[in-house]
Design a protein around this ligand. Structure first.
Ligand code: ADP
Ligand code: MG
Length: 445
């Protein structure tokens, strides 16, 4: 393989790993030689070598093979042009940002791109405050919540804001996994002093997904000391996890209590409005670059209704939809969305049962469940019954005869009549439409 060919393969890798990863990890690689199917690359530091080997060697190998270079393994060795003397010099001078072993920041994850709604407004406000870089008021800021609810997004947004306002600050963002990896490596290479010095020299430390170090004893220990040293110096710390500090299993008690000593805020599962807001924003962003996207009315509302609380899944669905629409060059209709996202919709729809609907509706109107199903026909019972039938039609995949059977063996025409009646009333009677909305939400929650 020639250097020129590597240059081309490298460009293709940029498409695969993204610009950030590319400039941090792939660009520094220098092709050395290819022997017996083993491609060797020179790396400026051992750390880069290890990281690339762990995270990108498969992609590199695959891309080389795709380009006609037959490679069974890739290896990394330290470049002679990064003499040890230079590293020693680097340790002597004050740390610069380039020395910090952080993870690259994603430039799309900003506050501007973060949609605020009821479920995340507190976390957003706290993150904004920390991003202002004023005096440290709560330390640490602890953000927690389920997968895909925006923890990482908020952390990156804080980092972007801080760096823009205070370029002098050393802001270090990394995942707990990377923290452990760095720690283990320092142990192995007998560079614990460097490690400690490095982590104690940052102004703002952000550790994402801290639950990862639970049960990993020596990493926890080191994390605890790093944490304390920074808090003592009044340096801001921001932590995220998938659950509240007290609920992380196998995390040392003293760490739990330390993590609770600042401000603990959670990101709640998204609600319909927030999901719709996120979808709307993504569509606007996409439209800015692709003017010809045509989206039928109701598609976003449908997705916001049907796709679970996880924003990442929501984004994935939209990306697929855009790709599909641009391939087939058609308007995105409800049918197309249902078709193209069938698997996602199936996986994320929580099955609501007729039984649940009957219970909720009876509770809401304060009638007995037996009356909901029973034969009595007075208005105070019939109306809630029709509402329950309507919701059963809307929220489950049951047929009219099936629904009829669940309502004390009523005929499907009775169900049809009830559903139609409520459809009409929904337009005319705001009380009924409010009730329906409330019931639907509490059933879907
Ligand atoms: P977490 O770290 O909590 O698992 P992420 O921050 O990685 O979740 O969010 C998952 C995806 O959803 C990201 O692409 C993120 O940009 C997006 N996202 C999450 N919450 C929001 C929000 N409120 N507004 C806009 N995008 C969001
Ligand atoms: Mg995350």
């Amino acid at each position: 393989m020639t250097n020129e060919l590597w240059g081309q393969v490298r460009q293709q890798l940029q498409q695969i790993v993204g610009a950030n990863n590319y400039s941090t990890w792939i660009e520094p690689l220098e092709f050395s030689d290819l022997k017996n199917g083993v491609a060797t690359f020179l790396v400026p530091t051992q750390f880069i070598g290890n990281w690339v080997s762990r995270n990108f060697s498969d992609q590199i190998k695959q891309q080389l093979n795709t380009s006609g270079v037959s490679v069974s393994r890739v290896e990394f060795s330290l470049s002679k042009r990064a003499p040890v003397a230079k590293m020693a010099a680097a340790a002597a001078k004050p740390k610069t940002k380039a020395d910090l072993p952080g993870a690259p920041l994603d430039k799309r994850l900003t506050f501007d791109n973060f949609v605020v709604g009821k479920p995340n407004e507190l976390a957003h406000a706290a993150a904004k405050r920390v991003g202002e870089g004023g005096p440290v008021t709560f330390n640490p800021l602890f953000l927690y919540g389920g997968v895909g609810l925006g923890k990482t997004h908020l952390m990156h947004a804080i980092a972007h804001d801080l760096i823009a306002r205070r370029p002098d600050l050393n802001v270090l963002y990394l995942s707990a996994e990377q923290f452990m990896y760095r720690f283990v490596q320092a142990l192995r290479e007998r560079k614990m002093m460097d490690f400690k010095e490095l982590f104690r020299s940052v102004d703002v430390l952000m550790v994402d997904d801290v639950q990862f170090i639970a049960g990993k004893d020596s990493t926890q220990e080191e994390f605890f000391h790093t944490f304390n040293a920074l808090v003592d110096q009044n340096k801001q710390i921001i932590i995220s996890a998938d659950s509240a500090p007290g609920e992380i299993a196998n995390l040392e008690e003293r760490i739990k209590s330390r993590l609770q000593s600042g401000l603990v805020v959670d990101l709640h599962p998204t609600d319909y409005e927030l999901r719709l807001g996120v979808l709307q924003q993504k569509v606007d962003n996409y439209r800015a670059g692709n003017k010809d996207l045509i989206l039928a009315d109701g598609v976003l509302e449908f997705l916001a209704h049907r796709i679970s609380t996880n924003v990442r899944v929501l984004e994935g669905a939209l990306i697929r939809l855009f790709a599909f629409a641009s391939l087939v060059g058609r308007e995105i209709t409800l049918e197309l969305a249902q078709d193209c996202l069938a698997d996602i919709l199936r996986a994320s729809s929580r099955k609501i049962t007729i039984d649940e609907i009957q219970r909720k509706v009876s509770e809401h109107y304060n009638i007995r469940l037996s009356d909901m199903i029973g034969p009595r026909r007075m208005r105070t019972l019939a109306r809630p019954r029709q509402i329950a039938m309507y919701l059963s039609k809307q929220l489950t995949s049951r047929s009219l005869p099936e629904i009829g059977r669940s309502f004390g063996g009523r005929d499907h025409t009775t169900v049809m009549h009830g559903v139609r009646k409520i459809k009409e009333l929904k337009m005319l009677d705001s009380q009924i439409s409010d009730d329906l909305e409330l019931l639907r939400r509490s059933l879907e929650a």
